[in-house]
Design a protein around this ligand. Structure first.
Ligand code: G3P
Ligand code: CA
Length: 283
């Protein structure tokens, strides 16, 4: 709270501008099971404009929204269908799994009986359901284990008119930890906005030179929060890259990150971030 006046000044000074984006990380995944319609519905109801999807590919080549390559952490149901790797299952098998009861067991204070009915959504279903209500921030997970993921993703984005001729611009961003995969996507579809993610397994000093490569194919850079520094934010901005750190859930950390002048952030708690932004700009 003590920091809010300085944040207000920062916002008024344009450091966190109208272009600042709130990204609901795996949906409003603090309060509902990640990557479910329940989490996305809640994020949209809370006012988040951007919802995040992590992509996996099934054995029969369907894109589904799930963080882990394995079903074991979040899926429950018949063992033959709901244990093991997503890439070894068909979409029909995944339809037999629910992905909400793990959340109720792990977070009893936030549990809701209805969560246990949540299913693994296809990306197609998410793009359809939220077409008029949200923008999509899609991560290609494990693309090396899913040959053809980029091609399938592009085909789907074109079908939903999120990229390509007649497109509604500014409604999708694709993110990945893999520079090679993003470079391939950029070659396939130069109009698609891309963000290069970076984990905190690198010395911050080694990161700045990498930005020169990133600017060749991406519009932004998504560092782990622990990598963030004023030097890094400035270096990215000097290269024309937006900065969207992940994943910021505590209000004090949100204030710190905003004060560095980032252009958006991933949070499991979009309600907390939006309230902070509103309080900071109200007279
Ligand atoms: O995509 C940003 C952030 O979500 C990367 O980490 O593991 O939550 O996908 P992860
Ligand atoms: Ca992600």
């Amino acid at each position: 709270m003590r920091l809010l006046p300085s944040l207000a000044l920062l916002l008024l000074a344009g450091c966190a501008t109208d272009d600042f984006i709130v990204i609901a990380h795996r949906g409003a995944s603090w309060d509902a099971p990640e990557h479910t319609f329940a989490a996305y519905d809640l994020a949209v109801a809370q006012g988040a404009e951007w919802i995040e999807q992590d992509l996996q590919m099934t054995r029969d080549g369907q894109l589904v929204v799930l963080h882990d390559d394995s079903l074991d952490r979040t899926a429950r149901g018949p063992e033959t269908d709901c244990r093991g790797l997503v890439r070894d299952k068909t979409l029909a098998q995944l339809a037999n799994c629910e992905v909400g009861s793990w959340f109720n067991a792990e977070y009893p204070d936030r549990a809701k009986a209805g969560f246990a009915a949540e299913r693994i959504p296809t990306l197609d279903a998410v793009l359809t359901r939220y077409a008029a209500r949200a923008r999509f921030y899609i991560e290609t997970k494990n693309p090396a284990d899913a040959p053809g993921m980029e091609d399938s993703l592009l085909a789907l984005l074109r079908r939903h008119r999120l990229v390509g001729p007649g497109t509604r611009e500014g409604r999708v961003i694709v993110q990945s930890f893999s520079p090679a995969r993003l470079e391939r996507l950029h070659a396939l579809e130069p109009r698609l906005p891309l963000v290069q993610l970076w984990d905190d397994d690198i010395a911050p000093d080694d990161l700045v030179p990498l930005l020169d490569r990133v600017r060749g194919y991406a519009m932004g850079f998504g560092p782990a929060r622990r990598l963030l520094s004023q030097r890094l934010v400035n270096a990215a901005h000097e290269r024309g890259l937006d900065v969207h750190p992940y994943t910021v859930n505590a209000e004090a950390a949100m204030v710190y990150v905003l004060e560095l002048g980032v252009d958006g952030m991933f949070t499991d708690r979009p309600d907390v971030l939006l309230r902070l932004l509103q309080r900071s700009t109200s007279p």
